[in-house]
Every structure is written in structure tokens, then in C-alpha cells.
Design a protein around this ligand. Structure first.
Ligand SMILES: Nc1ncnc2c1ncn2[C@@H]1O[C@H](COP(=O)(O)OP(=O)(O)OP(=O)(O)O)[C@@H](O)[C@H]1O
Length: 264
């Protein structure tokens, strides 16, 4: 059953899973996000790339209801995130950057908690928890406290917690960071199947090659602004995404100096 949509955004495309309009955020004197507008088509695998400090996490936090924007709107499948946060959050699964989890729970308890928090039926939660633990290759560690997990295991358990309620939109900040290649391949195939069945994935990443192979759409962000967005092929226009990225963002070389580093 689909929840009634309380607020159809008049200016977002009918197929937009996420529509950002003029999002802006300042921290003291620092403008972190400087008016970002972006359409993420439903059913797309959308990469957001940009250098360190570009404003990716700040943008995604505002888009998912974690950080209130100074200006602008974020609309998820027609629901305004800041006017109707509960309805909007029901549609989303979020893997935030620097996840702070209830790490005194075991992995199994944490995913279960995420499902129950979403108001899901206990039996459905139990069935999905087992499947998610297996998919993330964490069955053997199901009873270990999350505080004792490695960085990659923590990332995977957080991702499982974001998937349990089968959201329409997944927003994943650096989902592959610290994750081993076998687990990354598993996660990728889960996400590919999810997109093939109509879900939308937004990932932020620094790994251009991964984004080029995995995503069908991409946005390049730098200094709080959107520099390019579209299908990966449109944006890279025959070059590699990495070349295009360096060209757009500016490939500064600061390797002069540091002579002392060769004096050991
Ligand atoms: N809570 C905060 N207080 C002050 N400044 C902040 C805060 N959060 C982010 N910033 C600043 O805003 C800018 C954008 O940060 P953000 O974390 O959004 O970048 P990012 O693109 O996600 O970077 P990275 O790829 O390194 O994770 C940076 O200059 C950062 O220092």
C-alpha cells in the first residue's frame, strides 16, 4: 500500500526520485553548499562525486532530513522532506557518513531494531534480518557487538539497517569505503538488482572508476556548487570520468615542497 502523497512538488519532474531546488547551507563564515539544484530520476543509479570538502555530505544530509537547509527544498517522490519529514523518511533508506550507530547492540539486534523502529511486523523483520546478514556475509558475526566490528563490517551492518524496510530511494554516503572487494561485489549486485526492480540509488564516492562502472547518472560537485550533471556518458563526453573530474574541479599539484620527506 502506498502512503498518500501530501505535497506534490509543482516544479519537480514526475519521475524524480529526488528533486533539490536551490539548497544552501552556511556554517559560520563557511558556505558549504551554495545553491544546488538537481533532479535524480526514479530508477537511476546516481553517483555524486566531488573533492574533499565539496559539500556532498552536507547536500545529502539536507536532502534526507538530517540537516536543515538555510535555503531551498528537497522533495522525495513528490514529498517535501522538510514539510513532511515522516512521510519522506518512510520512502528513504539512508547510510549517512560517519555513521553513529547503537553499537552496544549486536549486529542482529541493530538490524532488528531498525525494522521495528520502522513499525514493521516482527516476523517479517526476523525473516529479513537473516537474509540481510547472509547477503552482507555477517551471519557468523550476528551475535557480536557492533562496537567490536571492523570499519567495513560496521558499514555493511549500517547498510543492512537502511535496507530492511525496502525503501524506494537509497541514499548512501561512501558505501564502499573500508569494505573488502568480495563484500563490495555482493553489495553492488544487491544494489543492481534493487535498481533493476525500480528502486533508486544515490551514492557519493571518491572512486571515479567505480562510479563510471556502477552508475548510469552522475553529478559533479565542487566548492558547494553543481558543476555538471546528467547521464554518465553525457557528463564524461568521451573522456573518462576521472579526466573529466580533474578538468572540472581543477587538478592542482601541490607536490612541490616536502623535500624533508626525502631526507630519511
Ligand atoms: N558541522 C559543520 N561545521 C562547520 N563546517 C562544516 C560542518 N560540516 C561541514 N562543514 C564544512 O563544509 C564543507 C563541506 O563539507 P562536506 O562534509 O559536505 O564535504 P564532502 O564533499 O562530503 O567532503 P568529503 O568528501 O571529504 O567527505 C567543508 O568545508 C566542511 O569543512
Amino acid at each position: 500500500m502506498t502512503a498518500p502523497i501530501p505535497d506534490q512538488a509543482s516544479n519537480s519532474g514526475p519521475m524524480a526520485a529526488l528533486s533539490l531546488r536551490g539548497l544552501a547551507k552556511r556554517f559560520g563564515g563557511k558556505i558549504a553548499v551554495d545553491g544546488i539544484s538537481l533532479e535524480v530520476p526514479a530508477g537511476s543509479f546516481f553517483g555524486i562525486v566531488g573533492p574533499n570538502g565539496a559539500g556532498k555530505t552536507t547536500t545529502l544530509s539536507m536532502a534526507t532530513g538530517l540537516l536543515r537547509p538555510d535555503f531551498g527544498t528537497a522533495v522525495v517522490h513528490g514529498v517535501d522532506v522538510w514539510q513532511h519529514p515522516l512521510q519522506a523518511k518512510r520512502l528513504m533508506g539512508i547510510l549517512p557518513d560517519g555513521v553513529r550507530l547503537f553499537d552496544r547492540l549486536t549486529g542482529e539486534q541493530l538490524i532488528t531494531y531498525a525494522g521495528l523502529l520502522r513499525g514493521m511486523d516482527r516476523a517479517v523483520v526476523a525473516a529479513r534480518v537473516g537474509e540481510l546478514l547472509a547477503a552482507m556475509d555477517l551471519t557468523e558475526d550476528a551475535g557480536t557487538l557492533v562496537v567490536d566490528y571492523s570499519a567495513g563490517m560496521t558499514k555493511k551492518i549500517a547498510l543492512a539497517s537502511a535496507l530492511i524496510h525496502a525503501p524506494r530511494l537509497l541514499v548512501l554516503d561512501e558505501p564502499f569505503e573500508a569494505v573488502d572487494p568480495v563484500s563490495a561485489t555482493n553489495i553492488r549486485s544487491i544494489l543492481d538488482r534493487y535498481v533493476a526492480s525500480g528502486g533508486t540509488v544515490i551514492v557519493s564516492s571518491h572512486v571515479m572508476d567505480l562510479v563510471q562502472r556502477m552508475c548510469d547518472h552522475v553529478a559533479v560537485v565542487a566548492r558547494g556548487r553543481l558543476l555538471a550533471a546528467g547521464t554518465v556518458d553525457q557528463v564524461r563526453a568521451g573522456a573518462s570520468l576521472e579526466e573529466l573530474f580533474v578538468q572540472l574541479v581543477g587538478g592542482h599539484s601541490h607536490t612541490e615542497g616536502l623535500e624533508w620527506l626525502r631526507t630519511f
